[in-house]
Design a protein around this ligand. Sequence first.
Ligand code: ADP
Ligand code: MG
Length: 694
Amino acid sequence: MNGDDRPNLHLDTDIKFLKGVGPARAKRLAKLGLRTVGDLLEHFPMRHERREARLIENLDYGMTATVVGQIARVSSTFGRGGKTVRASLIDNTGRCSLTWFHAGWIQDKIKQGMVIRATGKVNEFRHLPQLVNPQFTVLADDAGPVDESEAPELAGVYPATMEVSSKAIAKLVRENLDAMLRAADEPLPRALRVRRELPGRRWALRQMHVPENDEKREKARSRLAFDELLLMQLSVALARRARKHAGAAQVFEHNPLIDERIRARFPFSLTNAQNRAIADIAGDMALPRPMNRLLQGDVGCGKTVVALYAALRAIAGKAQAAIMAPTELLAEQHYRNARKYLDGSRVRIGFMRGGVGTAERRQLRLGAAAGQLDLIVGTHALIQEGVEFKRLGLVVVDEQHRFGVKQRAALRGKGTAPHFLLMTATPIPRTMALTAFGDLDVTVIDELPPGRSPIKTRVFMENEARDVWNLVNQRLDAGEQAYVVYPVIEESEKVDLRDATSAFEKMQRGPFADRRVALLHGRLPRDERDAVMSAFAAGEIDVLVATTVIEVGIDVPNATCMVIEHSERFGLSQQHQLRGRVGRGAKPGYCYLIGDKQERERLNIMAATTDGFEIAEEDLRIRGPGEFFGTRQSGLPELRVANLAEDIDLIMRARDDAAALLRDDPQLEKKENRLLKHALKAKYGPAMEWISAG
Ligand code: ADP
Ligand code: MG
């Protein structure tokens, strides 16, 4: 079978029907996530390498080389295996031969006088270099003298595996590109393409794989990035629209008396920023459609207080409120805070902790379902276990980017629509706010409660650790406490824990021999963990060696000092969160990063600024959105081409265009939008439920 007899390919055709792919190869490709024709077509090279042509006089036997030259003669012979085509190629330095075995069809493609670029393995034939079965591109049908330096080829470097090399993928793509492109649709309506001066999608797909030059490749990238961003913006716009039309939410009208009563619960007056946040939230909750607000602010800015205000507002309106956090430790802290501020009130609080007996669990579930509990605090086990509420008026989710879009949707779907408040200490870069979080309204708390002093951060290299321990001991001598943080990366948890444990033992013997040192990590049984934390909070421990279980929310004002070991293994935003643990009292905070030399520049950003936004932007630029939010948990749609850190202009354009498209055709049912709707459905399936809500 050759390419021409093949049945028409579709994007969802199994990859095994491509030329050069059998069942074994299909299996290996599947490991790369390549299962269909469409997968391969959108498996773009990570970059292109410039393959310079070699002069013929510089060819060595055994090498794989590219030459550019003019065809001087073409001949063919018949042998046992079929027709062999031979061409003689000349450049200014010599002559070589190109030989294709069993390839009669080549004879129609090359002619005397053509300038071609050929790549293949070099051996010897009749005392001349010979390229066997070379791949080639015709550069000119007929040309004068050839300047070999001018025809660098851009060779794609593909994401590959041990079993399927980049080269093999490149070959596969080249052999099937025309057929695959025939299967590709043009999803953009013509008018839009003309207005934005966008090249065709097929052209762009071709240029991504085999670009003619850098400029065309960038033009192609930007076209395909626009497609991705447009679909994303369409789905965001549809989600927003759906929210407006979603089931009615309970209205909590403004009531000065209640407002005053709630404020009286806090032993301080709220900051201006907190008051602004509360005004936003109260405004949302006074409307009959569910709030969907992101509350963003640096660690320690007082988000928890705002969340409790919102919860009490709902409870005062005879509804229930739920507060959820990503970890037990954090959930527990919310619970303690709630207890503290609500001490002596009539609010009934339940805490859904992990690992409690079924009896206690049942009790809590019953309390929630019967409306006997007003405020329920827990981890997202609350959703997973399908806890039901009698009258859920508000859901608060702390550090929500770990919850993922699906979980958000699960909660939203439960009974009457509750108001929804998401809190995060991770600043969301502008591009992310416009895309992945585009369906949220955002409030920023940009002010810390009075009396905090900024954290001083310094970067040290591994061989300077001794200096760090001396600095820490100075703080300890002053009666303060310290954290020493170790990375524990999920994939290598065991090894990392061993490192942290042995470092802990070394510290006990070495720099902190006469101090009280304890180790805290996520694998410790709950009660042990609790015991360590409370001992640290009570000042009975001087140095807490810990993994990132302390990442968010732990509040020990006397802990003024933090060392981050293997700093290079953390994201910048994560380190920024971590250091937010210190300097929470009136005493200044100190953060010492011990890191790898090669990462010095990146770590210096931490020392240079305490602006969480700046750090987040930098993180996003360096690590990309998946890493930024802790990879898989992020629930972000996959972007193959667009770059959320850099494509801000494209994002804005896509946003405008998505809005205009939906204004003109709310259901995307016009003929010219049919393929766009189809693409949207394929990528954001559930979004299509939203579409009919318009
Ligand atoms: P976040 O959740 O944003 O990290 P918290 O709500 O936990 O911050 O507040 C951090 C600390 O600041 C807590 O000890 C809290 O009691 C205190 N706090 C919050 N708001 C104020 C305020 N307006 N004035 C003084 N202290 C405050
Ligand atoms: Mg908090």
